[in-house]
Structure formats: C-alpha cells, structure tokens
Design a binder for this molecule. Structure first.
Ligand code: PEP
Ligand code: MG
Length: 892
C-alpha cells in the first residue's frame, strides 16, 4: 500500500463538475451531549437532519427509509447514528450545490466508516445501490489491520473500492467484478486497476469520498433510465430521492461479529416463519449471498444456527423483530449486525411478498389486533386478488415470450396448440390439455372453448366473444395478439420474432399479463384459502353496493355462488342454443315458413330452456336471476361452410341451393346493428314467447322445491319506449296463460338493457314501463364511439400508446363520454320512476375504477364475470371505506 495515497485523491473530475476539496475532517468525539451538539451543528441546513425521535421527518420529504429509521429510533432500538438528506438537498447535490461536508462528517465518530442508502418515498420505486465502508483509506486500513487483522481490513477496503469504482467513478465494471483474489491481494489489484482506469489514485479523503458518493447517487436518480424505470412502477415524474448516511456498526471484528437479515413470515404464503441467515465476520447482505457459509437463524436440523452460536443476541433480535411488527404495523425485513455480541439494527424494509402472502399477512395483522379489519381490507389491492383466483405463472419462472396480446381473462394455461374447435374437443377426449388458437372466436367455438384450457386469438379486444366467454368460464385468454402470425389453414402460429409453432407444440398463455410463452413454465395454484374468505367477509361488511355475476351456465352460476355473488345480473340466453342437439331445431325455427312450423321447432326448444332456467334457479336458491332474452344476430346460427349447409339441407329436407339462398337472404352488412335483441323479439315474437314461458314454468318448478323465485326478464338493445310496451304485453299474456294452466301464482320483474345511446337519452319515458334498467356498457361503448367491439383490438394498443384514448374504453369505462350517457340515463330514469333498480352488466361492472362511477350515479348493483366478483367486492369495499376516512396506509 503506498503511503503517498493517504490524503490524496482530490483530483479533477471528467464530467466537468467541481471536485470535492473539503480537506481532512476532524470528527467530533462521541459523548452524551453528542446528539444536541450534532443537531446544533446541522441546524443551519434544514435539509440535513440527524435522525432523532423528534426530528422533523416525513416520507414525502425524506423518503420511506429515513422515516422508518426514525420510527426504529423512537422504539429505542439500537440503530447506529444516521443523518437524513431531504429530497431538496439531494436535488441540489445533483445540480452541483454540495452541502457542508465538514458539518455532515462531524455528526459521526472520527474513525467511523459510513454507508449511504437511498430513501425514495415508496421503496418500490427503487434507487441507486447502497455504498458501504465510506472512509476506508490507506491509513484506516493500517489502523483497522491492528484491530481486526489484515485480511478483514483488506476485505472492507476492497468492497468499498469496488463499489466506488463501479457506481461512483463509473469505471468499467468488468475490471472490478472480475477480481478473483480476496484480501490483501484483491485490494492491491483493485487499487491498481482504479489508478490505471481513473488516471488518478483512489481518493483518500473521507470527505471527498462521501461527497462523490452523494453526488453520484443524486445524479443517478435524475438520469433518464432511472426515471423511466420508476415511472413504470408508478412513481410520479418529479419523484424525489432522499439519502441516509449512517455510521457503520461493523460486522467484522473481535468476539462474535457478523451480519444478517431476518423476517418473520414466509414471503410466498404469508404464514409465520422465521426466515433469514446470519454470517460471522461479514457485512451488508453477505449472509444471503453466501448461503453455503451462513448460519440458519433458528435451531435447524440442516445446519448450525445463530440461536446455538449466540443465543442471547438471537433472543434479542427476535424480540426486536416482534416489536417492529407490532409498532410499525407491518412485516419488516431487518438488516442487522452483531458486534462483540451486541445487536445493531441497521435498516428495516417492508418484506416483499406475493399477492397470496400479502392477503394472509393483512388478515393475521388484524387478527392479532395490530390493525383494524377495515385497514386489512384497504391493504389489499383489488386487482391483486384476481391472481389468487387462478393458477398463475410462477413469479420466478423462466419466461420465453413469443408474443403478446390483450390480457383478456386472467390465469395461466399450458397446452398443445390446436387450430379448431373440433381438434380441441378431440384433444380433450384424449385427455390432453390444449390451447385453442383462432383468428377470432364465434359462438360456434363455444364447445371448443369448453374443451380447451386456454384461448389465443389474433383479433378482438376486452369485450370480443373470446374475451367475454373466456372470463365467464375462468379460461385464461389472450386476444388481439396481432403481431403474431396466425396461419390457421397451414396450422402454424408464428411468434413475433419468427419462431414457427405447429399443431401439437406446447405453449403457455399468461392471461394475467397478456404474454404468450413457449413451453411450460412453472405455475402456482389458485389460493382460495381461509385467509381469503376472512378478508372477503370483512370487505362485504364494509361495502354498500351489491355485486352480482354474469352467468349463463350452471357452471358459471356455481362459480358465482362460490364467490358469493348476490345474484345473477345477466344470463345471456343465446349461448344456450349452440349445443349439437339444440342448433338444429334452432335453425329449423329460423327457416320456418309458417307460424305453425316455427311453433313446432320452438316446442322442441321449450323443455330444454325450461330445464336450463330451473337449474339456474335451483343453484341460486332464491337469489335474483336476471335472464336476458335472445340477443344475437340470427345469422350467427346459420352454417358458414359447405358441409354445414349440406347438413342443414338434410335436416330440413330441402335442396342445398334453397338453404344457401335463405342463408344469403338473412346476411346483414352490419349484423351488430341489425336484426338483434328486442328487434328480433318484435319481428319474430314467438322466440320471446317461448323463452318467457320457459322462465315462468321453471319459476314454478323451482319454487315448489325451494325458496320462491321472482325471475327478472331483461330486454336487450331497446331504443324506444314502444318496443318495451309491445314486448311487455306479450310477456304478460304468457304469464297469465302459465298461471291459468298451472293454477299457481307468481310475479316477475321486467327490465330494459340500456345499451343504445337513445335508450339512455329517453330513459325517462322508458323507465315507467319496467322495474329495472341495466346499463349494457359493452354495446353502449361501441355505439358511443362508433367503434366495433370485435375489431378495435387491431388498433387499440396504438391508440392507447399515442394517448388518443387514455385507456381501452371497453376495459375502463369512459366516464367523460359513455359515462355521461349512463349518468343521464340514470338521472332521467329516477326522475320519472324513483323506485327503479339501476345496475350495470357490461364488462366494466368488474372494473375497480368503473365501480366508483357506478356507485356515484346511484346504481344498486354491478354485475360482472363470476371470476371478477371477488375483485368487485373488494373494490366496492375500498370505495366505501375511503369515503368514511379509512385510507390505504402509506408504504413503509
Ligand atoms: C353489453 O352490451 O354491455 C352487454 C352486457 O351485452 P353483450 O355483451 O352480450 O352485448
Ligand atoms: Mg349488449
């Protein structure tokens, strides 16, 4: 080690910034009056503060770490002396305005080594790496060698030189990372490399070292890459950085010395579990990095433990950890050192955790009386729980992304690629999991979707057929993956980077993120455990808007019950007609030339529909069930290819040419705006008559066995009052007929789907003719924007990226436009019919942001896909609790 190095190092900088010429500092001696003296010395700069119990310190000005350290100090934990630099101070440092280094250094013992750590407002926003052992120089090395030995002193110095060279002087990291020697040899190599690369000796003056460390950390935070990174994690553009400078309690020295990390929970499950490691003669997070050498904390059959080695220190640590959990009201990860047997707490950060663990931690905290039940509810992000309802790609799994689309239905699914519904069914029959890959899906794909474990489409958005059905079935689904190449006829799928996948190749869909992955990455199971049920119970007690489910099938209804939906808000009946045994009478009905022929076909369908509804009523056990009468464009029921036309011709005993002509005559240029919904009910009224009869007969059948059923019948695509009057008259007649035939009474509620702009605008005159109005915001969004639900996926991501739309309006309700129509409709309906029930049944009903809007306009309930029900229950609870002043606590 060259003696000349001592005192050197205040050389020029290459970045044009002024160098730190502060001179060697005389540190003040530690004493009982030290705190007061330090506070006085720092008092001229209110942005540099010694952390004491009463120092003015807040997360929004000094960052979460500084605030947390103060809380540890208030708990009288053995935290080494720490000084906090505010966001303003750090911002000034970044622009070259340096604080008084002498004043800062005089806060600490003269021969102390220091470390600097970042302190951003939210720890998740990250920050530059901590730098340890500031103050190490040749002289200190010599002095420490006497105390702790050459090798140990060299290790401290080497760690500092490496960190300084890479993060502060910004020298080539490889040069320093690749130093294989340890101890004195490693130190000489590092100092030599530094001098060669930096063209100046390693700085020896602690004031210069500290000054450069502070400046480099301040400037790193303001760099573009760091800014973009933290913005991606939700940080505002002007997020500030604080820094904490702490005297080091060295984990290297005589007696039992070492460092470690500890927390009290399992980060995957949230169950209590003392976790962490300890390593003698180490510092920082060495104990975690060198697991083969480190000790378990608690006595453990796998190897030696801190509990055996230093039982008193261990007991002390556990006591501190429990105190922190109780008083900081959070599961904390503690960084500690032991020096000569005494414990020092260096830092505490909120334990990172999976969504499942977050939920259990919140519940346990409330059960232990540390936080209230309401606060536990507020601690869980509604969106995060949708992860718990489905199997997920494991957070640490290897992911090879081959494409991306819209994350339309959450969860992970792995299977072999198939390109048609028939292949999907064949695959399911063989017991092989498959992913159905289609350009887009249509009602004819329903059976294939039931057979598949996941669905991937090239086209479509959040409310396209595949997305709506996928969510209903709880089937992971990625739609609108337009940058992949779907060669359905060639039976190939080409990834975004040109990788070709064929039928039978295994892929995985991550419907939570929208990624399409190669092969079968590791997954984790859904977690509807006791903690989940407990938290949802607390959420239900807090919310003040009802949550129903959109459910079409018994399976959906069972899922809705499992997730405690308060009824069915939308049962789409058209999906009930795609089964093989039903599609033919349905087609016969469409092709019927006379009312008699039509009645004959409908008579075949009636018992099937009655059985469908009876089953739903039974499952829902008296909870409300809202059945929407037939909605889809008729042509969806017609065959699309030659084979289908031939089959139909056979069934109808007609020539293929006749059938083809009839199919062509039913084709529409714009089926979504054609003969749909109530228009069909008015022009071909027998269909609605049959459905109403099936509903009423099922009502009587189900009421005989269980709780009385009051069915709700909903008319789709209404745009004029007269439509409601006409249909209501017929349905009333059917009800009267069924009552007379069965000799039993029942009531029903009639409602209108407000899903055309005109229905919203004329809600005042429609409302008196019905008992409820449900806003169908899928169609309403489509018609308000003039934007096709099925085609919007092609350009939606460009539109959102370029800021034309702030969000996909099919996903998050457009409060400004569509919302104004909804609010107008709600207001006008209530003006003429105050007791009318208002709700939403479009996909937005499950969206946390949209639920707040629905509640504000006075809706009685929202209805969404069964798998979104828990998210909606929790989101509704958050909204109600926030209004009563319960806030989500700031992150530690
Ligand atoms: C709607 O339009 O919002 C709705 C719920 O109906 P569908 O999605 O079936 O058109
Ligand atoms: Mg609709």
């Amino acid at each position: 080690m060259s003696a000349e190095r001592a005192g050197g190092g205040q050389g020029r900088r290459r970045d044009g910034f002024p160098s730190c010429h502060t001179g060697v500092t005389a540190y003040a001696a530690r004493g009982p009056a030290k705190d007061a003296a330090v506070q006085k010395a720092l008092s001229h700069d209110r942005d540099i503060t010694l952390i004491t119990p009463s120092a003015p310190m807040k997360a929004p000005t000094h960052g979460g770490r500084a605030k947390c350290l103060q809380r540890l100090v208030r708990l009288e934990l053995p935290v080494p002396r720490t000084v906090a630099l505010s966001f303003d101070a750090v911002h000034r440092i970044a622009s070259g305005d340096l604080p008084d280094m002498n004043g800062l250094l005089s806060s600490f013992d003269e021969d102390a080594l220091l470390c600097v750590r970042p302190s951003s407002e939210d720890p998740d926003w990250g920050g530059p790496s901590a730098i340890l052992n500031i103050g190490m120089n040749d002289a200190r090395y010599v002095a420490l060698s006497d105390e702790i030995g050459h090798e140990a002193a060299a290790a401290l110095y080497l760690r500092f030189v490496q960190a300084y060279a890479i993060h502060v002087a910004r020298l080539d990291p490889d040069q320093f990372d690749e130093i294989d020697e340890t101890g004195q040899a490693g130190l000489s190599a590092a100092l030599g490399a530094y001098e060669e690369e930096a063209e100046e000796p390693f700085p020896q003056d602690p004031a210069v070292q500290l000054c450069e460390v502070l400046r480099s950390m301040a400037r790193a935070w303001e760099g573009t890459t760091a800014r973009l990174l933290r913005q991606a994690k939700g940080a505002p553009v002007d997020a500030g950085l604080g820094l904490v400078v702490q005297e080091m309690a060295l984990g290297i020295g005589r007696g039992e010395c070492g460092s470690g990390v500890l927390h009290l929970v399992n980060t995957e499950t949230g169950q209590p579990q003392l976790t962490g490691r300890y390593l003698s003669q180490s510092q920082g997070r060495d104990a975690l990095r060198q697991r083969h050498r480190s000790l378990y904390l608690e006595r453990d059959p796998r190897g030696p433990s801190l509990q055996d080695k230093a039982p008193e220190a261990f007991e002390q640590l556990i006591e501190y950890a429990h105190l922190m959990r109780r008083r900081l009201r959070e599961e904390m990860q503690i960084e500690f050192t032991i020096r000569g047997g005494a414990v020092h707490i260096l830092d505490g950060v909120r334990v990172e955790r999976s969504s499942r663990a977050a939920l259990r931690i919140a519940v346990r905290m409330a059960e232990d009386g540390i936080i209230s039940e309401q606060e536990a509810v507020m601690r869980i992000e509604p969106r995060a729980i949708s992860e718990l309802l489905h199997r997920q790609v494991a957070p640490n799994a290897q992911r090879v992304v081959i494409g991306r689309g819209i994350a339309a239905s959450p969860g992970a699914a792995t299977g072999r690629i198939v390109f048609s519904s028939a292949e999907a069914q064949a695959s399911a029959a063989r017991g092989e999991a498959c992913i159905l890959v289609r350009r887009e899906t249509s009602p004819e794909d329903i059976r294939g979707m039931h057979a598949a474990v996941g669905v991937l489409t090239e086209r479509g958005g959040m409310t396209s057929h595949a997305a709506v059905i996928g969510r209903g079935l709880g089937l992971p689904c990625v739609v609108g993956a337009a940058r992949m190449n779907f060669e359905i006829h060639k039976k190939t799928l080409v990834g975004e980077r040109g990788r070709v996948f064929r039928e039978g190749d295994v892929i995985t869909l991550d419907g939570t993120s929208g990624a399409v992955l190669e092969g079968s990455p590791e997954t984790v199971e859904a977690a509807l455990d006791d903690a989940f049920q407990t938290l949802m119970g607390w959420a239900d007690a807090a919310r003040d808007i009802d949550i129903r489910a959109n459910a079409d099938t018994p399976a959906d209804a069972n899922t809705a019950r499992r997730f405690s939906a308060q009824g069915i808000g939308l049962c789409r009946t058209e999906h009930m007609f795609f089964d093989a045994e039903r599609i033919t009478p349905m087609r016969e009905m469409i092709f019927a030339d006379t009312p008699e022929d039509r009645q004959a076909a409908l008579a075949v369908l009636l018992p099937m529909q009655r059985a469908d509804f009876t089953e739903l009523f039974r499952i829902m056990e008296g909870l409300p069930v809202c059945i929407r009468l037939f909605d889809p464009p008729l042509h969806e029921f017609l065959p699309q290819d030659r084979a289908g036309l031939r089959d139909l011709a056979e069934a109808l005993d007609l020539p293929v040419s006749d059938v083809t002509r009839r199919v062509e005559s039913l084709a529409e240029y714009n089926p979504m705006l054609g003969l749909r919904g109530v228009r069909l009910g008015i022009t071909v009224p027998e269909i609605y008559d049959m459905q109403a009869r099936a509903i009423f007969e099922a009502t009587l059948d189900a009421s005989r066995e269980g709780a009385p059923v009051v069915p709700e019948i909903m008319l789709p695509l209404v745009s004029a009052r007269r439509e409601v009057e006409l249909v209501r008259t017929r349905i009333d007649a059917v009800a009267a007929a069924v009552r007379a035939e069965r000799g039993r009474s029942f009531t029903y509620r009639l409602g209108v789907m407000a899903e055309t702009p005109r229905a919203c605008l004329r809600a005042d005159e429609i409302a008196p003719h019905c008992q409820f109005l449900s806003f169908g915001t899928n169609d309403l969004t489509q018609m308000t924007y003039g934007l096709s639900r099925d085609d919007a996926g092609r350009f939606m991501s460009d539109y959102v990226q370029q800021g034309v739309f702030s969000e996909d309006p099919f996903h998050v309700l457009d409060v400004d436009g569509v919302g104004e129509l909804v609010a107008t409709g709600a207001h006008r309906a209530r003006a003429t019919t105050p007791g009318i029930t208002l709700s939403i049944c479009g996909e937005h009903g499950g969206n946390p942001e949209s639920i707040a809007f629905c509640r504000d306009v006075g809706m009685d309930y929202v209805s969404c896909s069964p798998f979104r029900v828990p998210v909606a229950r929790l989101a509704a609870a958050h909204i109600a609790l926030r209004e009563t002043g319960v806030q989500r606590p700031a992150r530690l």
